[in-house]
Design a protein around this ligand. Structure first.
Ligand code: AP5
Length: 266
């Protein structure tokens, strides 16, 4: 019998056959959100806040790759080893590897509370594949949120970031310091600096963003899903800036679904 791992987000972080211990309560219309923005703009921090308030699961492709680094050499597939090399250098992982990982975890897109995709899609090819998958599964997006911040502030955020090795909570040495230096407030885990937050990797990541991910703003702009949100100020202020429009879009989506159901009944 397959071993069932009961960690939170286990199904996403480890892939099949791992199962999540707690599944959020179902919603009439689950939140289905994509977060865009340059590396370090604060997508993970906002995803945590959105998850806390909306119950939608935080699905980060970067977290899946980082979770794989803690596996032993023999447990890592050749494709995963290759992916981790790209990540350490700050380069994008090839689309085919990322897509295999998403397909393997596509059940998470049906999570009862919905999902917050963070770090995926990151290229036009990934965005097109995601659209086909969501259309096929009958899953409509609520919105695509693009966080905007000048590059100088982004570099400061990345250079000061510290992450918990156990629960993956994110801190900043001056902006969001933990209560005890080097120690996670939530789980007492040890905080570490990510390999790709070194200056040479940061430069490569920002270039990759400009080249491959920024074009997605136009892609989602054309579909009417795009919301632009300034990422300045405290995380709570950015969250407060985001939520009214998200709620408005969800209410509109819900009304459209009711209207379509009514039309079908006639
Ligand atoms: P990924 O993990 O997705 O990294 P990223 O997009 O580079 O984003 P980050 O996690 O660096 O930043 P963030 O925007 O989440 O900011 P955070 O909230 O942490 O990807 C890593 C790598 O994996 C990629 O480079 C690539 O190699 C590979 N990869 C992943 N997905 C892929 C895909 N789809 N295709 C190809 N390759 C892929 O915040 C940053 C810091 O700022 C923290 O210290 C935080 O505390 C602080 N902070 C946050 N908000 C504020 C605020 N309002 N004020 C002050 N400080 C703040």
């Amino acid at each position: 019998m397959a071993t069932v791992n009961k960690q939170v987000r286990a199904a996403w972080l480890q892939g099949s056959p791992a199962r999540c211990e707690t599944v959020p309560p179902g919603a009439h219309l689950p939140w289905r959100i994509v977060l865009l923005g340059a590396p370090g703009v604060g997508k993970g921090t906002q995803a945590d806040l959105l998850n806390e308030h909306l119950n939608a699961c935080h699905l980060s492709t970067g977290d899946v790759f980082r979770a794989a680094t803690s596996r032993s050499d023999s447990e890592q597939s050749p494709a995963m080893k290759e992916a981790l090399g790209f990540m350490r250098r700050g380069e994008l992982v090839p689309d085919s590897t990322v897509w295999d990982l998403i397909r393997e975890r596509s059940e998470c897109l049906h999570c009862a509370g919905g999902f917050i995709l963070d770090g995926f899609p990151r290229t036009l090819a990934q965005a097109v594949s995601l659209k086909h998958l969501l259309d096929k599964e009958g899953l409509g997006l609520t919105a695509v949120v693009n966080y905007e911040l000048p590059f100088s502030q982004i570099v400061e955020r990345l250079a000061g970031r510290r992450t918990c090795e156990k629960c993956k909570a994110v801190y900043h040495v001056t902006e969001r310091p933990p209560k005890i230096e080097g120690c996670c407030d939530r789980c007492d885990g040890k905080l570490f600096q990510r390999d790709d937050d070194r200056p040479d990797s940061i430069k490569v990541r920002l270039e990759a963003y400009d080249r491959s991910t920024a074009p997605l703003i136009e892609f989602y702009g054309k579909s009417g899903l795009l919301m632009k949100v300034p990422a300045t100020g405290r995380p709570e202020d950015i969250y407060a800036r985001t939520i009214p429009e998200l709620e408005y879009r969800r209410t509109k989506q819900f009304a459209n679904l009711l209207w379509a159901a009514e039309e079908n009944r006639r």
